[in-house]
Design a binder for this molecule. Structure first.
Ligand code: OAK
Length: 829
């Protein structure tokens, strides 16, 4: 029967069907079908969410059609594929992006119009999957977009968190976290695959001994087991190919524990189910700091073993030999969150598939590559041995074995001494014993990369110094990139269309073509159109901010924006010092030339990060003071946009005049917001940190506002014994600004509220705000000088965009493909 079915239904006949065509009429018909047959509604009774869902299903059908074609060519060509392992993804809303990639926005808009529906209303309804914290998760989604667009066979594996990153609201100036309900109204973009499910063991013990054939064998007798089920979201590339985002959800092996059930212990029977599902319940909301939580380790192992079991299944169903796994799969570790994969693949190959250790190690090392995304010490993952042993007893043995063999090698073949060996060991034995996941990832991979030129250098110089000495060829750099589809074409369509009308639309998949804009940088009529679009975008943002916060800002003001996670190293408080400095000088009647500015912030703070939450309160307190002070508020406004996520971000980047990238040099691995702002025509004020260095190189020194200490100067300052208090004493204006924070003027007379922040800056200042303060203030003066020359500003804005080609995620993915994965696009073979 099955044979008959597959003979009858083939792709050609599906794609030939009139319903699946891309015409307006077909979209309309499919929409009504989806509404009626998919969700059982007639148009008259459909809610807005019904209409959104019906349209999403209509579009999903068309994506699947593309997909089946891609999948066919992959299997025909027996191509090497990429498996991207990441604990976080931030895809952003799907609907508008999928319409753009299918190139059917116009006819869909018309089809909806004819039904009396506004397409933008449906787009606005969509809740984005907030399955990540920030840069690392969004990068994974940009990379998936580029993998799909370039036609590189790829599966991205992750966790289907039921509750993603919290929704942020601001109450009385403070951040309040609300649970994220992205699945509340269902998720039309995903398809559950109940038959793609794997068992996952935890805890228990191991047994070592001979099997029935006398072969030495280790058996893991688990303490508990759960099942991981695949949920697939098709990710469409621009104009064609696709990739899949496969997220795992934890479920109980049996819905009921029958033993307990039969004893009449109904509660215990259901409890087991509940506990199993806990594993994928919620995303940890910490950006770059982890607490050694047992559930977090379980999440990591859970999604890693499901993904590896799936990779092995895909390999074996093609009739291939397991010993050639590394020839068919390149597995990328997005930071160390999935690094347990190295021990797990060894376990699967040795314990389950009975390969010998050496063969298994060869396969493992040749499969994996590791990307590091931070140098922050508190973000380098380590697991205490007792905790690790409790959850993954067999993996601890495997890690000991990997470590033993590695240490033997460096001791005997490379004559390393004991101190070096202790420093490189996977086990940190300097106090309580820990497993260093970055060491495991480095030893078990054939490639280690950082995410900007500077970060990759610092990685070799500091965190992984001895490994870089041992294996210089293992280390490389792949500078981050962003997708120009979502972050220019989709979020700033008027600018994209203006660009295309001058240079054609080749830039959408070949961002270097933006260079063709350079000749128009001085063209007055082009400049005017350019700045008119910016003004419209600012009007749009101003309206949104007014709706969200009640604060009114004049679109003619200079929009100066800092949008990113709140973290001391990113120095949102340096921006606050500048704002207060402007405020105090305006109050004194100084700064007569100051151009009216709107200072806009956005970003979430980790719920347990007290200082970051105090920073949000400080920003909002400054906003309250400034916005209500009629002496200054026609010259300056301060706004904190709540709930920074991909959807809100898409409204910020197109409206920015000035992009704040002001981290202390050496702290920001790359940054990607810096690229998004610049690609939308903002000028950057920034330090020589992360990818800022390369952005400045590309756009030209004259088109970038540089300030602050270099990494070398930061280090020299530290060595010399940095004394922020001296700077406080020497700089009278800075002293006034800092003292103002604890004067009570920002806090209804409360002089204690911001004291922790103030004292931290005066006596510790780990991120050297005080050292960079004057340089930052002076640099802002230059910004304002240029703002007074609108033509010059426009020219530099155009040149910024024209020179952003390097920062396309297509370029990053090509770098990964050539340097690390050795994969080629399917259709170009
Ligand atoms: C999050 C958790 C652990 C380790 C790193 C991160 C993270 O988000 N790092 C960020 O990654 C981005 C993508 O590479 C970079 O652009 C940011 O600079 C970096 O902080």
């Amino acid at each position: 029967d099955e044979k008959k079915f597959s003979d009858k239904i083939n792709i050609a006949s599906t794609s030939g069907s009139s319903r699946i065509s891309h015409s307006k009429e077909a979209i309309k018909a499919s929409f009504l079908d989806s509404l009626f047959y998919g969700i059982g509604r007639v148009p008259a009774l459909a809610t807005p969410n019904d209409r959104y869902t019906a349209l999403a299903l209509t579009i999903r059908d068309r994506i699947f059609q593309q997909f089946i074609l891609t999948t066919e060519s992959i299997s025909k060509q027996d191509a090497r594929a990429v498996a991207y392992l990441s604990a976080e993804y931030l895809p952003g809303p799907h609907l508008a992006n999928n319409l753009l990639n299918l190139e059917i926005t116009a006819q869909t808009r018309e089809a909806m119009e004819e039904l009396g529906i506004e397409l933008d209303d449906l787009i606005a309804i969509e809740e984005e999957p907030g399955l990540g914290n920030g840069g690392l998760g969004r990068l994974a989604s940009c990379y998936l977009d580029s993998l799909a667009t370039l036609g590189i066979p790829a599966i991205a594996y992750g966790i289907r968190y039921e509750f993603g990153i919290f929704d942020q609201v601001i109450k009385d100036g403070w951040q309040v976290e609300l649970t994220d309900k992205w699945l509340h109204y269902g998720n039309p973009w995903e398809v559950v695959r109940p038959e793609i499910a794997y068992e996952v063991k935890f805890g228990g013990r191991t047994e070592h001994g001979a099997d029935s054939n006398g072969k030495f064998q280790v058996t893991w007798v688990p303490g508990s087991e759960v099942k991981g089920t695949a949920y697939d979201t098709p990710i469409l590339g621009y104009k064609g190919n696709g990739a899949v985002l496969r997220l795992w959800r934890a479920e109980a092996i049996e819905s009921f524990d029958f033993a307990a059930f039969n004893l009449g212990d109904y509660y215990r029977a259901v409890e087991a189910k509940m506990l199993s599902e806990n594993i994928t319940k919620v995303l940890y909301p910490n950006d770059q700091a982890q607490g050694g939580k047992e559930l977090r380790l379980k999440q990591q192992y859970f999604f890693v073993t499901c993904s590896l079991q799936d990779i092995i299944r895909l390999h074996l169903i093609q009739g291939r030999n397991l010993e050639r796994l590394h020839e068919k799969f390149a597995i990328q570790l997005n930071d160390t969150h999935p690094a347990i994969a190295i021990a797990e693949l060894m376990r699967l190959l040795v314990d389950v598939h009975q390969l010998d250790w050496a063969k298994a190690w060869h396969i493992t090392q040749n499969c994996f590559a590791y990307t590091n995304h931070t140098l922050l010490p508190e973000a380098l993952e380590k697991w205490s041995i007792p905790l690790f042993e409790k959850v993954l007893p067999r993996h601890l043995e495997i890690i000991y074995e990997i470590n033993h063999r590695f240490l033997e090698e460096i001791r005997h073949q490379h004559s390393y001494n004991n101190a070096q060996i202790a420093g490189m060991s996977i086990i940190d034995e300097s106090g309580e014993r820990y497993i260093r996941m970055a060491h495991l990832a480095t030893i078990g991979s054939h490639s280690v990369n950082g995410v900007s030129a500077m970060h990759s250098e610092l990685l070799k110089k500091e965190v992984l110094h001895d490994f870089a000495g041992l294996w210089p060829d293992k280390f490389c750099n792949v500078t981050n990139g962003i997708t120009p589809r979502r972050f220019l074409y989709l979020s700033n369509t008027p600018l994209a269309e203006l660009i295309s009308s001058y240079i054609g639309n080749g830039w959408i998949t070949d961002l270097d073509q933006l260079r063709k804009l350079e000749p128009y940088a001085d063209d007055v009529s082009f400049q005017n159109s350019w700045m008119e679009i910016k003004l419209n975008n600012k009007q749009h943002l101003a309206a949104l901010l007014q709706k969200q916060t009640g604060i009114e800002i004049d679109p003619a003001m200079l929009f100066d924006i800092q949008a990113k996670r709140i973290h001391e190293y990113k120095r949102q408080h340096l921006k606050v010092l500048h704002i207060l400095s402007v405020y105090l000088r305006l109050k004194k009647g100084e700064l007569i030339n100051f151009s009216p500015s709107a200072f806009i912030f956005a970003g979430k703070a980790a719920p347990g990060y007290i200082m970051a939450k105090l920073l949000i309160k400080l920003i909002n307190s400054v906003a309250d003071l400034v916005n209500q002070d009629t002496e200054v508020n026609d010259k300056m406004k301060v706004v904190f946009m709540p709930d920074f996520n991909v959807k809100n971000a898409q409204n910020l980047y197109p409206a920015a005049d000035l992009s704040e990238q002001i981290s202390m040099a050496g702290m920001e691995a790359s940054g990607t917001g810096n690229m998004k702002f610049s690609l939308n025509g903002a000028l950057t004020i920034g330090t020589l940190d992360g990818a800022n260095v390369e952005i400045r190189q590309e756009v030209g020194e004259d088109n970038f506002f540089l300030f602050g200490l270099s990494v070398e100067q930061v280090q020299a300052n530290k060595t010399a014994g940095y004394q922020p208090y001296d700077i406080y004493q020497q700089n009278q204006h800075l002293r006034e600004v800092l003292d103002f924070i604890v004067s009570g003027a920002l806090s209804q007379g409360d002089t204690q509220l911001f004291r922790p922040l103030y004292e931290n800056l005066l006596y510790q200042d780990p991120f050297m705000l005080l050292a960079d303060y004057q340089s930052y203030i002076d640099c802002q003066e230059q910004v304002h000088e240029l703002w007074r020359e609108p033509k010059e500003w426009a020219r530099k804005s155009i040149l910024n965009v024209a020179r952003m080609g390097k920062f396309s995620s297509d370029r990053s993915i090509r770098d990964y493909s050539d340097l690390i994965w050795k994969v080629t696009p399917i259709n170009k073979k």
